[in-house]
Design a protein around this ligand. Structure first.
Ligand SMILES: Cc1ncc(COP(=O)(O)O)c(C=O)c1O
Length: 444
């Protein structure tokens, strides 16, 4: 691996996000340009993008229609104040999103990331219960291994200890168990067992009481936690329990939104309707930062119909860059492509190739489980007790040398290739990953 590029003495001015910076300084992984399904390094090394960036570029890099839409919008209106003023594209995009979203998620709040979407959704849930005259309904329930970004709401409801370890007091939140079960190992697609795990909600409610709970927030499948897929009836059961106990159900679809599972949303895949849905990432094909929160009609009307003068703000929340015109332009251009009739069937076809290719790695050394759904999957590696993350981090580094960018999180290698891949690209990615695992094992 190349050390520092020759023109730099130090990289310390840029403090990298969610990165072991010290390791990066020793072995910097830099990309300088990208096209289609490939990244290129400054040294001329070409890499498959096996995670669509960070799950966000399903249409591949350098998408012309998106570039043209941003350019045109730049000439027309580069920025519009987000508060008390708006612009036509924001409404066009909101219309499109509510048309695409399942059920009566008819009202869209814009933000700039998945983390902001998560915190917006949590605030909305609390504001809703206040408006309904039930302010004590303020606590949240998330799920172990869940990821909802890095803001205070998201890390509280999220179920990854490492992400809150150094930050002290968080919000009042309780957690369902994750849905990984040893008996489901190496399941292809949705695993058989696990509906019963939703009933753990009852144990939490027994202690906390539903009268104190605002919302349950989960990802339809835990993406960053390692593509952990619930059994077919799990979310239905969770929905039924939330209904019984007057609790809102929020789906975080930042990863599962816009086709990753072969359906537009995870809610469609599992046929379960949330009250609030968050999305980001593929919304703009990763080209502009943008997130969105979709709320159902009941929530919207409840907040709009609060008593008071019309000049009062119904939901005091928003960002300088909410519904940014350039992000709206990028999103509309992306969604138009995602809505092309052939695209989701193509994802579903590729998903079959993906399933076969990833599961061929079963039996390789260190491979403890393999999971897949749609065009997402993970290879779970055994953990060394003293260095639990070592295998995944070292194998990912070897993959880089072999021309595949592979993301690792915990002891998982995660995959979410672009929808524009060809079947042979997917096979090639996993053949190189297999080589990396074997080579690493020989050297361990
Ligand atoms: C399910 C989910 N929610 C929220 C986020 C946070 O998104 P962002 O990094 O855009 O803040 C992510 C990011 O991976 C995610 O996977």
């Amino acid at each position: 691996m190349t050390a520092f590029p020759p023109n730099r003495q130090s990289f310390s001015s840029h403090w990298l996000a969610f990165t072991s910076n010290r390791r990066f300084h020793q072995h910097p992984k830099m990309v300088s340009h990208a096209e289609g399904i490939f990244y290129h390094t400054p040294e001329g090394h070409k890499l498959y993008d096996s995670l669509s960036g960070l799950w966000c570029t399903p249409l591949g890099h350098g998408n012309q229609a998106i570039a043209e839409a941003i350019n045109a919008q730049m000439q027309q209106l580069d920025y519009a104040p987000a508060f008390n003023v708006s612009h036509p594209l924001a409404f066009e995009l909101a219309d499109k999103l509510v048309e695409m979203a399942p059920g009566d998620l008819n009202h869209c709040l814009f933000c700039n990331s998945g983390s902001e979407a998560a915190d917006t959704a949590l605030k909305l849930a609390r504001a809703y219960w206040r408006a309904k005259g039930k302010p004590e309904k303020s606590k949240f329930i998330g799920r172990s291994k869940g990821y909802h970004g890095v803001n205070f709401g998201g890390i509280s409801v999220g179920g990854i200890g490492g992400n809150r370890k150094v930050y002290g007091q968080t919000l009042d939140a309780y957690h369902l168990p994750h849905t990984w079960l040893a008996e489901n190992c190496f399941s292809k697609g949705v695993p058989e067992v696990g509906d019963h795990l939703a009933d753990s909600l009852l144990a939490i409610l027994e202690v906390q009481d539903p009268s104190n709970i605002a919302a349950v927030m989960v990802e339809p499948m835990a993406g960053s936690g390692g593509v952990i897929i619930p059994s077919a009836g799990y979310l239905k059961r969770l929905r039924a329990l939330c209904d019984q106990h007057d609790i809102l159900l929020i789906f975080d679809e930042v990863i599962t939104g816009f086709g990753r599972m072969g359906t537009l949303f995870g809610a469609d895949y599992f046929d379960v309707q949330p009250d609030i849905l968050t999305c980001a990432k593929a919304l703009t094909n990763g080209v502009m930062p943008m997130g969105a929160v979709l709320a159902n009609t009941d929530i919207y009307h409840c907040l709009m119909e609060q008593p008071g003068d019309d000049y009062l703000i119904e939901f005091p929340h928003g960002y300088t860059y909410s519904a940014h015109p350039l992000a709206c332009a990028a999103a509309l251009a992306s969604l138009n492509q995602l809505q092309q009739p052939g695209l989701l069937p193509k994802v579903a076809d590729l998903a079959k190739v993906f399933e076969q290719a990833i599961h061929e790695l079963k039996g390789l050394p260190l491979v403890e489980d393999i999971r897949n759904i749609g065009l997402a999957g993970a290879i779970q590696l055994t953990m060394e007790s003293k260095q639990p993350l070592k295998h995944a981090s070292e194998i990912s580094a070897l993959c880089w040398q072999k021309g595949v960018y592979v993301r690792f999180g915990g002891n998982n290698l995660s995959f979410a290739p672009p929808f524009i891949c060809e079947p042979q690209d997917i096979r090639e990615i996993f053949s190189r990953v297999a080589e990396a695992i074997q080579e690493y094992d020989r050297g361990v």
